[in-house]
Design a protein around this ligand. Structure first.
Ligand code: NAI
Ligand code: MG
Length: 501
């Protein structure tokens, strides 16, 4: 396949390393750019239906851009209702003809094959993830792609052992799963959704986010190369309208959605009264809580990882920091010092800590909240790190002196913005941390095991990390309370949404 000239331009630009600097306010690093000459990208991508790339009915295409350079990478097909119907019919036929009849052991082999192919092509997938979405190469290389492979490996193992997952019950597949994913972890979200669905004997129509469709389309190539029976996995691209058509298609038996709470509510309304199964993984405003007996240096690292990891584009980002009063000054001093060493810049540079914000629209949303925070009376702290002149970038930001009633404390910003509050007692921090419409994750930093157990039982959030933050594993379930959604993905629990009894 021909490499796009666009990608070459990107490389030339980044080799120049003039515009996209790698500079923190404390250190200067020479650029250490991940090479892009090994990746293969077409200029145009069609819809992946029945193991073939087919043109969209409308013949319409949209651009996917590199948010670090604002340049177009490729054109992507826009699926309309007819295309959605074609993909769902293909998934339904594949379900009835092959997939549900196939011996589970054979299903497992296909899923293993996908996992192995992701591993084999991990370098290419990591670079494409970074170019299309803006996340630092260190993250896509060390977190997104290995974890995506990990999920396929893990669920491949379950395929022929489902009777042990559901003792004394006989799990049956549901049928066609419609899966809609966001732009913050594109390939990883595809893996979270496709792997358990296939392991349980379902077939899939997946719609990636419109700003980050490329790794899903690469996964489509992998699926084709794995010789999966045609129609078992279909990948269709488009924006909200395409997603809505998938949600309302009568032959879809299950919807799995990750994205904004707003769209989650629309989906829930759209399928009310049907017998479609639903899992929603939505927004968050997670609390990261530092007690005075915490290992402070490690906690500061955890705070940084909790909110600045992936530019804060993480549904479970530790975006509300609570510091016990007696260690407030020390934590803030160390946090500001550590922030000064963060490098914002070219996502392809291995030195980069904070890459590009995923889209112009998302950057505007973050700027809206930065202005709002100041208007609400919080005091803002940003490092004076150099931001690239092109592309969508945002400096890491703290909001000090915030209170529970501030909108910046209550609403999901989805950017590298941390609000800070203090507390005196355990009861006070539990009350404050739980006082949010969301309930996805929390972090607790303390030396005392008993305090950790007390907190984990009282926090209304799906995940509670103790003395760490943002750690994921295929064996561990993930999901929310309240407006963060329902249903679990990952681990044994992640099988449940894909079976009936
Ligand atoms: P979004 O919820 O609109 O998009 C997520 C996915 O849903 C995309 O694939 C999109 O095409 C699809 N979609 C949009 N409207 C739909 C509809 N009516 N029916 C079916 N599918 C539909 O999220 P967006 O607009 O990209 O981001 C807005 C905010 O949402 C962010 O600022 C952030 O606060 C939050 N968000 C949360 C995520 C999470 O992981 N929980 C991920 C992405 C965004
Ligand atoms: Mg893009």
């Amino acid at each position: 396949m021909a490499k796009t000239t666009q990608i070459k331009k990107d490389i030339e630009k980044s080799n120049g390393a003039v515009k996209i600097t790698t500079k923190s306010t404390q250190w200067n690093y020479s650029p250490s750019l991940e090479s892009t000459d090994h990746i293969q990208l077409a200029k145009r991508y069609d819809l992946f239906i029945n193991n073939q790339f087919v043109k969209p009915n409308s013949n319409k295409y949209f651009d996917t851009i590199n948010p670090a350079t604002e340049e177009k990478i490729a054109e992507i097909a826009e699926a309309d209702e007819k295309d959605v119907d074609k993909a769902v019919q293909s998934a339904k036929t594949a379900y009835e003809k092959y997939w549900k009849k196939l011996h589970p052991r054979e299903r497992g082999k296909y899923i293993y094959r996908i996992a192995r192919m992701i591993q084999e092509r991990s370098r290419e997938l990591a670079v494409i993830e970074t170019i299309d979405g803006g996340k630092p190469i260190r993250e896509s290389r060390d977190i997104d792609i290995p974890l995506a492979a990990n999920h396929f490996f893990y669920y491949a193992g379950w395929a022929d052992k489902l009777q042990f997952a559901f003792l004394n019950r006989t799990p049956e597949p549901i049928g066609v799963a419609g899966q809609i994913i966001p732009w913050n972890f594109p390939l990883l979200m595809a893996a979270w959704k496709i792997a358990p669905a296939l392991a349980c004997g379902n077939t899939v129509v997946l719609k990636p986010a419109e700003t980050t469709p490329l790794t899903a389309l690469k996964l489509a190539e992998i699926i084709r190369d794995c010789d999966l029976p045609p129609g078992v996995v279909n990948i269709i691209t488009g924006a909200g309208k395409t997603g809505a058509a998938l949600v309302k298609h009568p032959n879809v038996n299950k919807i799995a959605f990750t994205g904004s709470t707003e769209v989650g509510k629309i989906i829930q309304k759209a399928i009310a009264g049907t017998n479609k199964k639903l899992t929603l993984e939505l927004g968050g405003k997670s609390a990261n809580i530092i007690f005075d007996d915490a290992p402070i240096n490690e906690a500061v690292e955890g705070i940084i990882n909790g909110i600045f990891f992936n530019q804060g584009h993480v549904c479970c980002a530790g975006s509300r920091l609570f510091i016990q009063e007696s260690v407030y000054d020390e934590v803030i001093r160390k946090l500001k010092h550590r922030m000064k060493s963060l490098i914002v810049g070219n996502p392809l540079d291995k030195n980069t800590d904070i890459g590009a914000i995923n889209s112009k629209q998302q950057l505007e949303k973050i700027h809206y909240y930065l202005d709002l925070g100041v208007k609400e009376g919080a005091s803002i702290y940003q490092t004076d790190c150099a931001l690239p002149s092109k592309g969508y970038f945002c400096a890491p930001t703290l909001f000090l002196e915030t209170s529970q009633s501030h909108r910046i404390v209550q609403e999901e910003i989805f950017g590298p913005v941390l609000t800070i509050q203090t507390f005196r007692t355990v009861e006070e921090v539990i009350e404050k941390a739980n006082n949010t419409p969301y309930g996805l994750a929390a972090g607790v930093w303390t030396d005392k095991g008993s305090k950790i157990f007390n907190m984990t039982s009282k926090m209304r959030s799906g995940v509670v990390w103790a003395n760490t933050y943002n750690k994921f594993d295929a064996t561990s379930p993930f999901g929310g309370y309240k407006e963060s959604g329902f249903g679990r993905e990952g681990g044994l629990h992640g099988l449940l949404p894909y079976v009936k009894f």
